[in-house]
Design a protein. Structure first.
Length: 157
């Protein structure tokens, strides 16, 4: 428990940690241990739906990781387009493409065997979730807002 932020902040951080670990465990369970051998082609709907759901899981983990920064703070809408375009969209695309496409159409050499690794897709999905939330929202301290409000209300003390 931190002295400045108190018990609700510590409880919120523990809750977010549990959610993130659950999402990442779910991702790795389905990516490694529950993956059925792919009988159909890499452009079948099953492969893309599974890849989308796995990407969504890791993106949600990234969103929760970034939400831990905002716990107990005021969140304001502030769009940062260049951050999303330069970092988020490429990470989201790498995490979204099924591993069978990397290995079947680009052979198994580097970098395509690297991009087909579920760990890389998970890292890309988490990064996309962090960038997605960071590009749409910003945080500010409540104390700063109140201090600025007091200074504007009473400029001559």
């Amino acid at each position: 428990m931190t002295r400045k932020r108190g018990l609700p902040y510590a409880v919120g951080q523990i809750l977010i940690l549990i959610i993130v670990l659950f999402l990442l465990y779910t991702y790795y369970y389905y990516a490694y241990y529950y993956s059925d051998p792919i009988i159909s082609g890499p452009f079948s709907a099953d492969v893309w739906i599974k890849s989308f759901l796995l990407s969504f899981t890791t993106t949600a983990a990234g969103v929760f990781i970034e939400l831990s920064r905002f716990w107990g703070w005021v969140i304001e809408y502030k769009f940062k387009q260049e951050l999303l375009i330069l970092q988020g969209i490429p990470a989201g695309l790498i995490g979204m493409i099924p591993s069978t496409i990397w290995t079947r159409y680009f052979e198994s050499g580097y970098p395509f065997n690297f991009l087909a690794d579920p760990s890389v897709s998970a890292a890309a999905g988490v990064w996309f979730g962090i960038i997605l939330l960071r590009s749409f929202f910003d945080h500010k301290k409540i104390e700063e807002d109140e201090k600025n409000k007091e200074e504007t209300d009473y400029p001559y003390k």
